[in-house]
Design a protein around this ligand. Structure first.
Ligand code: PEP
Ligand code: MG
Length: 538
């Protein structure tokens, strides 16, 4: 079966499909017409649950011995309990409800019944009956996290994935992301680019795809479920060709980012944390152009301490061995929510309390991060940039806080180096005052993802608007040119760190405009270098 979607990163992935179990796995009551088929669905799920339990029993037998493994045998028996089966099937038949609902209700009823018994052994069965019911519901939902946690690499299918969910995934197990929702610039898409794996959005897959073999064609934007042998062989061949191409690109490693007529540009990497540095280095990044520091906060359960942050920044600086590392200060809010910040729900989060706005109001959080960055500066070449800037007043306030931080460090005898200071240009306001901002800072980094969102008044997260979210819009290109010109008048260098920086259809245009640096996903560095080396400006 071929399902159409939209590709957000090209490439081919071949592997087992696994549906990500969303946190919201609630059971809803639904009216069912074909109750016979629904009963069969339940019976199939029950059998699958028994197989899972058998596997668990065998595993437990080896690891924890017979006495402890016995519970999985008990669970298997409970699933064959006639009263239990009859209760579920009868409810489906007589009330014309979905299997999930019948299983959940039966689970609750039986559990209450056991709970009310005097016998302690029977009382304890209350939790077991809930457990087996949950197992069956999970299977009926078509979700099975055990695949994700297993040894096998999978093509991950999900409704959508929030940044807080993707940070928890064992990424070495993911061959590709396929989501029903999400947009080209959602963070799942950005993550896929960083990981250099194909990703599709807008794919209406069925729950029955779970566990089947699948192919993601990131060139055509297709998910092929359960391909036949001929299609599989064709794609295996394509994948091999793709890998050969990648090897060719690797030959560009160590070469300069220089056009045929000698024009050079810096090519840096965007990273989300320490773990991405290896990828940046193996793709020959000249530096880190955007370290999205908010991922340190997204990964944590509480505010990351100065020490935790210091260690992360220091490790990145040291591993980059003197190459420039541009750390962007905390950029949460909008699509990046962190529970412990307790941010209020907003009508309009993209335009709300986020990024530098939080940092300037909750100064202690900001100072902790700046102290960590300055302490780490001693171990490499660190630059700092600030997100969502709209005014000179903000930059002045930031500089005051930096001054305080440096004074405190000096007083405590803690060594640090001077850091280049820059701002992200990702609001139309910042573009329009770029002449003034340039007098205040050392560099600009243009965040085209948000700049497009705010300039075109298009929510970057809204999949319905994906077709008109156009970073090639003349307004955006003129803004980039304007920022480069204004920056250069004041000796302020200018880079692009939004996704547009990696768009090779625009690389020549960026060079003509005089852009000094492009910061792209590590996996895109060599492709952009290849493009630059073929350009011959006259
Ligand atoms: C941008 O907005 O272009 C950017 C680089 O920042 P983020 O995608 O993290 O918002
Ligand atoms: Mg941004």
């Amino acid at each position: 079966m071929i399902l159409k979607g939209k590709s957000v990163f090209s490439g081919i992935a071949i592997g087992k499909l696994s549906i990500y179990k969303q946190a919201d796995n609630q059971v809803k009551r639904q009216k069912i017409k074909d109750t016979k088929q629904e009963v069969q669905r339940f019976l199939n799920a029950k059998e699958k649950a028994k197989i899972q339990l058998m596997e668990l029993y065998k595993k437990a037998l080896k690891e924890v011995g017979e006495v402890n493994a016995a519970i999985f045998e008990v669970h298997q028996m409970m699933l064959d309990d006639l009263d239990y089966i009859e209760s579920v099937t009868n409810m489906i038949d007589s009330q014309e409800v979905n299997a999930e609902f019948a299983v959940a209700t039966t689970g609750d009823n039986f559990s209450d019944m056991f709970e009310a018994m005097d016998d302690d052994y029977m009382k304890a069965r209350a939790a077991d009956v809930k457990d087996i019911s949950n197992r069956v519901i999970t299977i009926l939902h078509g979700s099975d996290t055990s695949d994700i946690l297993g040894d096998e690499q999978v093509i991950l299918l999900a409704d959508d994935l929030a940044p807080s969910e993707t940070v928890q995934l064992d990424k070495s197990k993911v061959l590709s992301f396929v989501t029903r929702h999400g947009s080209t610039n959602s963070h799942t898409a950005i993550l896929a680019r960083t990981m250099n794996i194909p990703a599709l959005i807008g794919v209406e897959f069925l729950a029955t795809a779970n566990g089947k073999m699948g192919i993601v064609d990131g060139y055509k934007g297709e998910l092929i479920v359960d391909p036949d042998a001929a299609v599989l062989a064709e794609y295996q061949e394509k994948k091999k060709e793709e890998e050969d191409k990648k090897r060719l690109l690797l030959e560009l490693k160590g070469k300069e980012n220089v056009t045929l007529d000698g024009r050079k540009i810096n090519l840096y990497a965007n990273i989300g944390g320490v773990a991405d540095v290896a990828n940046a280095l193996s793709n020959d990044a000249g530096g880190i152009g955007l370290f999205r520091s908010e991922f340190l906060y997204l990964e944590a359960e509480d505010y990351p301490t100065e020490e935790t942050q210091f260690t992360a920044y220091k490790t990145v600086a040291e591993n980059m061995a003197g190459k420039k590392v541009i750390i962007r200060t905390l950029d949460i809010g909008a699509d990046k929510q962190v529970d412990y910040f307790n941010l209020e729900k907003e009508e309009n989060p993209a335009m709300g309390y986020r990024a530098i706005r939080i940092c300037l109001q909750q100064k202690e959080i900001f100072k902790t991060q700046l102290r960590a960055i300055y302490r780490a500066s001693f171990y490499g070449t660190i630059s700092i940039m600030f997100p969502m800037i709209i005014s000179i007043a903000e930059v002045k306030q930031i500089k005051e806080i930096i001054k305080e931080v440096k004074e405190e460090l000096s007083k405590s005898g803690i060594p640090f180096k001077e850091c280049e200071i820059g701002v992200m240009i990702e609001t139309p306001a910042a573009v329009m005052i770029s002449d003034l901002l340039a007098k205040e800072v050392d560099f600009f980094s243009i965040g085209t993802n948000d700049l497009t969102q705010y300039t075109l008044a298009i929510d970057r997260q809204n999949p319905k608007l994906d077709n008109i979210y156009d970073s090639h819009h003349e307004a955006i290109l003129r803004m980039i040119k304007m920022v480069v010109d204004q920056g250069h008048k004041e000796n302020c260098w200018v880079g692009i760190c939004g996704e547009l920086g990696a768009d090779i259809t625009l690389t020549e245009r960026f060079l003509e405009m005089g852009v000094d640096e492009l910061s792209v996903s590590p996996s895109m560095i060599l492709r952009v270098r290849d493009c630059i080396r073929k350009i011959g400006l006259s």
